[in-house]
Design a protein around this ligand. Structure first.
Ligand code: LP5
Ligand code: MN
Length: 244
């Protein structure tokens, strides 16, 4: 009995090592899981569900194989794949979840999210997020030709990279009070998220004296990174990229 969580793979047609590690993980490990949760930033950037490249087809096929074999797969959108939509969900058999979802992990309640919304000091990013999440803007963007969409994304990514360089590491980490507020609002003592690329298990006492745990998933830049849960334990694990 195992439930698996992954995030921040940043898959693209150019990430050969990560793509291979992901495929091996899906075929050899996830296939035996009770469920698989993807907590955002699966893709380096998802331009839209109309992506018909070989790369997009291959990733969709990996999830479809899993869901066809009866493994429930869930997707929380990240800041790099907020344009994943219902067409992707239908083609993969995945279930799209909202920004914050409470799940039952073998009798323990946990709130799961990507993690970007916890970084409340990164006001520049949050303003950007609010803009690109406007339904009318996404409606328009989704109807543009793929070539044009890629061009626009490339330009904005460059602009975003430039602004990110001037931000401190503190600004780009979670705000502790926000973590506690979200956990308290959902009445849980366990939170699981990605985004910050700082894998760790944080145990702390909240301001109302409750013992709480926040687990941060790692990225896949140098190795595969997984949270493996069974009825008795929650373990952050890594997988080497392995043979070429
Ligand atoms: O993922 P990571 O860790 O690298 O960085 C994130 C935040 N960055 C982003 C950037 C986006 O991925 C870029 C997406 C571009 C595509 C947009 C599609 C447009 C169409 C959609 C319409 C529906 O998410 C980063 C955070 C960091 O996490 C840590 O939390 O700090 O935030 C930023 O860097 C965002 C900037 O702060 C604000 C962005 C301003 C962009 C200005 C671009 C201007 C160029 C205009 C050219 C026409
Ligand atoms: Mn992210």
């Amino acid at each position: 009995m195992t439930t698996l969580f992954i995030s921040d793979l940043h898959l693209s047609p150019n990430t050969t090592d990560i793509n291979r590690c992901f495929t091996q993980f899906m075929r050899n490990e996830a296939i035996h899981a009770d469920a698989l949760y993807v907590l955002g930033d699966l893709f380096d950037f998802w331009v839209g569900d109309d992506d018909s490249s070989d790369f997009a087809k291959q990733v969709r096929a990996e999830f479809k194989q899993l869901t066809d074999r009866g493994v429930p797969c869930f997707f929380v959108k990240g800041n790099r794949d907020f344009l994943v939509g219902q067409r992707f969900a239908k083609q993969t058999g995945m279930t799209l979840l909202g920004d914050e979802t409470v799940i039952d992990l073998y009798g323990r309640k946990a709130v799961i999210l990507h993690g970007d919304t916890l970084c409340t000091e990164d006001t520049q990013y949050l303003a950007f997020r609010a803009k690109v999440n406007q339904p009318w803007l996404q409606w328009v963007f989704n109807r543009l030709p793929m070539m044009l969409k890629r061009k626009i994304v490339g330009k904005i990514q460059q602009g975003a990279r430039d602004t990110k360089q001037s931000k401190s590491l503190e600004i780009m980490d979670v705000t502790q009070s926000e973590v506690e507020d979200v956990m308290t609002a959902h009445n849980v003592d366990l939170m699981i998220h990605g985004h910050t690329h700082r894998p760790n298990t944080h145990r702390f006492t909240s301001s109302n004296q409750q013992a709480m745990t926040r687990i941060v998933l790692g990225d896949w830049y140098e190795q595969g990174s997984i949270l493996s849960c069974d009825p008795h334990s929650l373990t952050l694990e890594t997988r080497p990229f392995g043979e070429k």
